[in-house]
Ligand binder design. Sequence first.
Ligand code: AMP
Ligand code: ZN
Length: 126
Amino acid sequence: MTLQRAPHRNDELVEDCIFCKIVNKEVPADIVFEDDELVAFNDISPQAPIHVLVVPKAHISTVNDLDEDHAGLVGRMVLRAQALAEARGIEEEGYRLILNCNAGGGQTVFHIHLHLLGGRQMRGFG
Ligand code: AMP
Ligand code: ZN
């Protein structure tokens, strides 16, 4: 029920959203996990040997649009990333989870997504 209350502030934006199109199977993606709430797929421009995006099916533009009602969803995004890291065998060596917010934070797709990066040594932020 939380999903249905996700913000849809701009219908045109939702229609144009590349991740909504992936969720709706209008655009192909290399999907590695899917359930009622989330989809995860390999990043088209991987920044590490493992680079998966964990994406809610509901269109939520940025982290700024999250509220208390989304706490469970965000928790399950992290737990899904943890499970995917374990499935890929990198849970012990380690991995990085990133949520970028707005242009200054490096966000380029305005439908929230959690980056799972691993398979190489991560360095400092740049
Ligand atoms: P961000 O900069 O945090 O908004 O991350 C957006 C990510 O989405 C980038 O790492 C892109 O490479 C990735 N991306 C953009 N379009 C696609 C697509 N069609 N399929 C998979 N990944 C994509
Ligand atoms: Zn979207």
